[in-house]
Design a protein around this ligand. Structure first.
Ligand SMILES: [Zn+2]
Length: 521
């Protein structure tokens, strides 16, 4: 049994003799390149990292695996070792979690002797936020980043454009926000709630994007923006209607759904537009990856099949239908993304033969099963199966225990040479219109996601996780995080009130969830 409650569970943890007492003035000696780790600890201890001396030492060790760390507490002091800055940072995260739980007396905390040796299971440990359907803004996103850092989650997948809004300022295409970030009202179609009415107009300035990206970097979190194409582009087409097949005028979508007016695949102007826009956007996000969506375009494929320009391109390339044309479209856009030094990520709806193998595939739903299986040996996959990790789906459909029970073999990735880069949970925001609603969907299931992503499967036990989670809940309560109390509730799924169509077609109403949460408090 671990003395301290650490989520995700460390991969090796032993009790050692001795103890060390830390006070708020305890100095932290920190290698220069590990300053983020030093700052994370000293923010808690109310000191500043030093280069000369300190009872807590963060030192560089050679030859340790990426993102791994060692932490030793003895009578002599506290030592964190790592080979890279992320490893040092995670050592600091673990120590800060321990300090919060250590026995306190007269403002001093005594940490019992221990040795932890820890490294992540997956290199990709992601959380997706959808800022397009409803907009959260930089302060809420920063608070999500704080929670992610504490759970050693290292990637924010930031969904920034969709039918309901384009959310990043473009200086080259200003109508993307002056028109595309504005809708007449923000609807809740599908969940039984009435919209509140009133114009909904929100976007991030480029300065705000840089601020969030820099904040994430200080917490060792990569930011991957997603600009969804060729479908989910109503907001772009409201601003620039000439980019669709027939150029009809459309309005930014107020309600949810899948729309058939999408970017034209046969119009050179579309590729020129994407080249210029992605050039501008890639410069805002210094990370290696760029997500171009590619999901839910099948209604648009029917329009492509009627469009003279798209048909000409299909004939020229011997393509039989709109689906095949999307393969060509994605490959062309991948060339644009590569030109700006990024690696493309796309959803599994559209993955198939002929795609450059450098494209990373994000699996969310078992479409294209045989292509996914074949491709899983050739390219990296990020697993976000909606049945486990779509956290905007109700607790009736995805209880905490289900998220915790995930293993890749449950979605067809059972062979060791299938390339799983990592996992990610998503928070689509059709019905998540506030920080409270977002937190309610996210917590506590995000803790299960973190442990699945970090801890070796053979060390995971739900009961033990649940015990450690109790401490986190106390922490969340103190810090104003609105987590769901519903994870132990037994549902009669047939009688659960409607909310939205989940992965398995059952529905649930969020207002009922919130009321039940209050009752359970
Ligand atoms: Zn077309």
């Amino acid at each position: 049994m671990l003395k301290y409650n650490i989520v995700p569970k460390p991969n090796r943890y032993t009790k050692e003799p001795g103890s060390y007492t830390v006070s708020s003035g305890t100095q932290v000696l920190c290698a220069k390149e590990f300053l983020d780790a030093g700052n994370y600890l000293t923010a808690y201890l109310k000191t500043k990292p030093r280069e000369d001396e300190g009872a807590i030492k963060i030192k560089k060790a050679e030859g340790m695996a990426a993102e791994s760390y060692r932490l030793r507490v003895s009578n002599e002091g506290i030592l964190i070792e790592a080979s890279d800055p992320s490893g040092a940072f995670y050592g600091a995260v673990t120590l800060r979690t321990i300090l919060m739980q250590a026995k306190k007396q007269n403002g001093k905390a005594t940490v019992e002797g221990l040795f932890i040796e820890d490294a992540p299971l997956y290199k990709y440990r992601g959380v997706q936020i959808d800022d397009a359907r409803h907009f959260f803004g930089k302060d809420i996103v920063k608070r999500v980043l704080d929670s992610m850092a504490m759970l050693k989650l290292n990637t924010l997948h930031w969904h920034l454009s969709d039918d309901q809004g384009f959310r990043v300022e473009s200086k080259l295409f200003p109508e993307l926000t002056s028109v595309g970030a504005k809708r007449k009202y923000a609807g809740f179609e599908g969940c039984g709630l009435e919209h509140r009415g009133g114009e909904y107009f929100h976007y991030y300035t480029q300065e705000e994007i840089r601020e969030v990206v820099a904040y994430a970097a200080s917490l060792h979190i990569d930011v991957i923006p997603e600009f969804d194409i060729p479908g989910h582009t109503t907001a772009i087409l409201a601003a620039y209607p000439q980019l669709s097949c027939f150029g009809e005028s459309v309005e930014v979508a107020c309600e949810n759904g899948i729309f058939d007016t999408i970017l034209c695949a046969g119009n050179d102007e579309v590729y020129a537009f994407l080249d210029t826009l992605f050039g501008e956007l890639c410069a805002l996000f210094p990370g290696k990856y760029f997500h171009i969506g590619g999901d839910e375009a099948s209604k648009g494929h029917k329009v492509w099949e009627k469009c003279p320009k798209c048909r000409a391109l299909m004939e020229e390339n011997g393509l039989k239908d709109g689906k095949a044309l999307q393969g060509l479209f994605m490959s062309r856009v991948n060339e644009i993304v590569k030109k700006y030094g990024k690696t493309t990520i796309a959803w599994n709806d559209c993955i198939g033969d002929g795609f450059d193998e450098s494209i990373i595939c994000q699996f969310w739903h078992p479409f294209n099963r045989s292509a996914v299986r074949a491709q899983s040996y050739k390219r990296d996959f990020i697993l976000s199966p909606d049945a486990f990790f779509y956290l905007d789906i109700s607790y009736a459909n995805i209880p905490l225990k289900k998220t915790y029970s995930f293993k890749p073999s449950k979605v067809g990735f059972s062979k060791p040479n299938q390339r799983v880069r990592g996992i990610e949970c998503t928070h689509w925001s059709e019905w998540l219109d506030s920080e409270q609603a977002l937190q309610f969907a996210m917590f506590p299931r995000i803790a299960a996601v973190a442990e699945v992503a970090w801890t070796k499967p053979e060390l995971r036990r739900y009961k033990d996780f649940h015990k450690r989670l109790d401490w986190l809940k106390t922490y969340w309560r103190k810090t104003g995080v609105y987590y769901s109390r519903l994870e132990k509730r037994k549902w009669n799924v047939k009688r659960v009130p409607l909310y939205h169509l989940g992965a398995d077609g059952k529905e649930f109403r969020i207002s009922e969830q919130l009321r039940a949460a209050k009752e359970n408090t």
